[in-house]
Design a protein around this ligand. Structure first.
Ligand code: MSP
Length: 523
């Protein structure tokens, strides 16, 4: 059995979750569910990043303690996961003592390995990014290029991480592992940052108390990014009793004891991130792991931004679309489908209520939902819900050839939109098949009873196959449909004609009701 470990960034708790966070978690969930379908032992991690200046500042502005704010908002992120159908195996919080202990342990090792020294930092700092900016990254008027706020000039006695000593090892890593960062544009971006010359970076903060205390100097806390990055490693050392939100517990995970999780799942197969945090993951993170003598992750996949009116959605900019609202009206599957279908995964893309409604109506309600309703209704009407055993129509079977392999290949490259396209091609093929066969005509001619049986059987089988393949994308609705088809097996092996026999089907309420009946359209 292979193992598969996928992570999302851990989200800042200085504000509430929004659609951008949901996006990464949904994509990671599709990967996790797909790998479970393959029979892999899967570990899917998400969580919250709770230390650092942005959180301390936000709590201060609200007049509450940082811990109170962290508790409150972390809970909202935890609640988001099951709402969007995410089957994460664990939810990590960086204020968890067990995480903090691992941070101290690993960074002490880095210190002992002589990659840490004391110095004075002077530079431009953005409190919202919790990041120091290089001179060439600063917007006019000494402003943050992301948040457009004035940067502060900071001077601080810090411990430094000797990042510059990893210049060569990182260049070697990028030369040897061309798939370390994908897509290629992001690989190039990270490599050119490395080639431009790495400078040492602050490892600790002196004036801040909201963080993990530095074991060798209690006046300092670790810079939040080093604390945060280590969540990917620390979680496996204590998440031995995983909780699964809304899914079946993965046997490999359930059986693994404490400590075994690191043995089984380290290094991560995919860290999913957006491009805003590329440098931390593509440069700092591998350097830190090298300094601590820990094996490097296999790959980072960097997706683009969801844009609303052309600007990245973010809590600091205030232009947020509430995922809870969308889900309440249309269900989590509709949101999952829309985000992965409408925005080519890996690229930036605009999202809007208009394009959501258009996809919902034309693809979910009509192409998939209606195909399901029609097929089940015809089997009910013409055959009383029963299917006669026999071979499916070879014409259609041939059109499905190689689809599972192509989907696997695309998912392996984290090309989720392309994988969904491939499956959607089969949904459309099935709709054409209905028109070609016109079962309502066949039903009028008793001499064509055999052809009608074959057409109905082929449609039911085709629906079952596409639903198994769509299951990682739309777990709730595909399960409802598979249930109505009397199909049990959602493993990838079942995504072939004849893998499971359907003998009787049940009627089904529309999977995706038309918008008029689903409630008012999104404002
Ligand atoms: N806490 C850090 C990450 C530490 S990971 C060791 C952080 N948190 S964040 O709350 O700002 O989340 C950033 C991530 O949220 C992005 O990398 C991306 O995964 C997701 N997104 C936030 N806004 C997004 C969009 N508008 N579009 C796409 N992804 C979005 O950075």
């Amino acid at each position: 059995m292979s193992s598969f470990y996928v992570t999302t960034p851990i989200y800042y708790v200085n504000a509430a979750p929004h659609l951008g966070h949901a996006y990464t978690t949904i994509a990671a969930d599709v990967l996790a569910r797909h790998h479970r379908q393959r029979g892999d032992s899967v570990f899917f991690l998400t969580g919250t990043d709770e230390h650092g200046e942005p959180v301390a500042d936000a709590a201060h502005a609200l007049g509450i303690s940082a811990q109170e704010l962290a508790d409150r908002n972390s809970e909202r992120f935890r609640a988001l996961a099951p709402k969007i159908g995410a089957s994460n195996d664990f939810f990590i919080r960086t204020t968890d003592e067990r995480h903090m202990a691992v941070v101290r342990e690993v960074l002490f090792k880095v210190y002992e390995n002589c990659f840490v020294y004391k110095g004075t930092y002077e530079g431009w700092y953005c409190p919202k990014c919790a990041d120091f900016k290089a001179e060439n990254e600063i917007d006019e008027g000494d402003r943050c290029p992301i948040h457009h706020i004035p940067l502060t000039r900071e001077q601080e006695d810090n411990y430094f991480f000797a990042l510059s000593r990893f210049q060569e090892p990182l260049e070697r890593l990028y030369a040897e592992r061309k798939d370390f960062v994908a897509p290629r544009t992001r690989y190039n971006e990270a490599l050119s940052f490395i080639r431009s010359g790495l400078r040492d970076v602050p490892l600790t903060r002196h004036k801040l108390s909201w963080g993990v205390p530095v074991p060798w100097d209690s006046e300092h806390v670790f810079y939040v990014w080093f604390d945060a990055l280590l969540n990917y490693y620390s979680a496996l050392s204590f998440a031995h009793a995983p909780t699964l939100a809304g899914g079946t517990v993965d046997a490999g995970v359930r059986d693994a004891g404490k400590g075994d999780l690191l043995d089984t799942f380290w290094p991560p197969n995919v860290h999913l991130i957006a491009k805003d945090i590329l440098r931390f993951h593509a440069v700092y993170w591998p350097a830190l792991l090298m300094a601590a003598e820990i094996e490097l992750p296999k790959r980072l996949f960097v997706h683009g931004y969801l844009l609303m009116e052309g600007e990245k959605m973010s809590k600091s900019l205030g232009n947020v679309l509430d995922p809870f609202e969308v889900i309440e009206r249309f269900g989590s599957d509709a949101l999952r489908f829309y985000l992965l279908r409408d925005v080519s995964f890996g690229q930036d893309g605009s999202v809007s209520t208009a394009s959501f409604e258009q996809r919902y109506e034309s693809e979910l309600a009509n192409e998939y939902g209606n195909l399901a309703s029609r097929t089940l209704a015809m089997i009910g009407r013409y055959r009383d819900g029963a299917l006669v055993e026999g071979a499916p129509d070879q014409l259609l079977v041939a059109d499905f050839d190689g689809m599972v392999e192509r989907v696997c290949e695309l998912v392996d490259k984290v090309q989720l939109t392309a994988a969904l396209d491939e499956i959607w091609g089969a949904v459309r093929r099935l709709n054409r098949y209905v028109e070609e066969q016109a079962p309502w005509q066949l039903a009028k001619d008793p001499s064509r009873a055999g052809d009608l049986d074959c057409a109905l059987r082929t449609l039911a089988e085709g629906l079952r196959v596409v639903s198994v393949l769509l299951h990682p994308f739309m777990p709730a609705s595909t399960e409802r449909l598979l249930d109505a088809l009397g199909a049990r097996d959602t493993s990838l092996g079942a995504a072939r004609f004849g893998a499971e026999t359907i003998d009787r089907v049940q009627p089904l309420e529309p999977l995706f009701p038309k918008i008029e009946t689903a409630g008012p359209a999104m404002a």
